[in-house]
Design a protein around this ligand. Structure first.
Ligand SMILES: [Fe+2]
Length: 389
């Protein structure tokens, strides 16, 4: 027994010695925070640090009081019952918020300096966003009962970060409830650096710390060694890239187009299987839509029934028949790099609006219309009727 105690003591001392050597190291927030997966009662806060850390978010209603008016509960980056302390990519899901309500928040990461054994971890310096020298970060939850909701759409940026920044300069994000990234933000994603440098850092710089990203996967998000990690940066409680949410009495349907060529194409190197993926998505879609909702807007990167490429043809077999039966008011797409408006017809029972690769769209969903302003290369104003219910 004495021998066991001695070994444990030595182990603890050894761990402490390691921690002492490292405990004064600084920790930095290197990217973010960016908000994603906003709904009426929750949002996910994401950020990156240069060292592993224990991380949390403090949140408070933006009720006119200073952030320092009270202590705020900590919402930890935790998974499966354990606070994650060995990661540099941090994610905190805030739940139980009030719909249509403005909040202040602050992120914290406390460096994990060492780890002796079992759960004897050693935590060091803490870094956070400022609430004193600059205003606290803020966000507003979506409101399913609101009369209107406003959003902006960017797509097919293909890593042109400077072009994305130019488009963002033309947007008043204070008048925007969320920003849709509607696919193909890069052509391939080979590393985390490409993800940040290609577009995500610009989003953080321009809006994403306070206006949430709605991430819609395009076909090019499926390419590159790092494509398998994209989900980690835009997690969703469903575990999927496709899902639905509600705002302004409208059901928003976020769909995933998959790849555009046959899975066996030489370009996919033998690792694509999007036919079964789209079939699973269709089975989900047939159950997912709220039959009580008469107002519906769909985001799908590849506009169906506009070409004879395999991805398009397979979307026509899988998702389109369900959408045609589902009171869709408008589909918003990209992919072709050319503006187009396809009116409802016998094949597709709703309008498809296709944004080009150098324009953005401001969209306001009101009581009985969806108003779209396209800015950038194209400059157009469009209006679509939407069911009043
Ligand atoms: Fe595309």
């Amino acid at each position: 027994m004495k021998r066991i105690i001695l070994i444990l003591t030595l182990a603890l001392l050894g761990g402490t010695a390691t921690a002492t050597a490292e405990e004064h190291r600084e920790i930095r927030i290197t990217h973010g925070p960016w908000l994603c997966d906003m709904d009426a009662t929750g949002v996910t806060v994401m950020w990156k640090t240069d060292r592993p850390a224990l991380s949390w978010v403090e949140v408070a209603p933006d009720d006119g009081k200073h952030f320092y008016s009270n202590a705020h509960p900590r919402h930890y980056d935790a998974e499966h019952g354990r606070r994650r302390a060995l990661e540099t990519l941090h994610k905190v899901r805030l739940e139980g918020l009030q719909p249509g309500t403005r909040y202040m928040y602050r992120i914290f990461s406390q460096a994990t300096d060492g780890w002796s054994y079992s759960d004897y971890a050693h935590f060091g310096k803490t870094v956070s966003t400022s609430v004193y020298q600059q205003e606290p970060l803020r966000f507003t939850t979506l409101d399913p009962k609101a009369d209107s909701v406003r959003f902006v759409v960017f797509n097919d940026i293909h890593g042109r970060a400077e072009d994305l920044r130019d488009l963002c300069r033309q947007v008043d994000f204070a008048a925007c409830d969320f920003v849709v990234l509607n696919g193909d933000m890069r052509s391939t994603t080979e590393s985390e650096e490409q993800l940040f440098e290609g577009w995500l850092d610009v989003c953080v710089e321009c809006f994403a710390s306070q206006v949430p990203i709605l991430f819609v996967r395009g076909n090019h998000e499926n390419r590159g060694a790092y494509a398998d990690r994209l989900y980690d940066y835009f997690p969703h409680p469903s575990g999927r890239f496709y899902h639905t949410f509600k705002a302004a009495r409208t059901e928003f349907v976020v769909l995933d187009c998959g790849e555009d060529k046959p899975d066996t194409d030489i370009e996919y190197g033998g690792i694509a299987e999007f036919d079964p993926y789209r079939e699973r998505e269709a089975r989900w879609l047939s159950e997912a839509l709220d039959s009580d909702s008469k107002r519906r807007i769909v985001f799908l990167h590849i506009p169906p029934a506009t070409s004879t490429w395999h991805g398009d043809l397979h979307l026509q077999q899988t998702l389109l028949p369900i959408l045609n039966r589902s009171s869709v008011d408008l589909m918003i797409s990209g992919h072709t790099h050319r503006y187009a408006l396809y009116r409802a017809d016998d094949t597709v029972h709703f309008p498809r609006l296709v944004n080009d690769n150098r324009s953005g769209m401001r969209v306001v969903v009101g009581r009985d219309t969806v108003r779209v302003t396209i800015f950038g290369t194209e400059n157009r104003r469009l209006s679509f009727g939407i069911d009043r219910k």
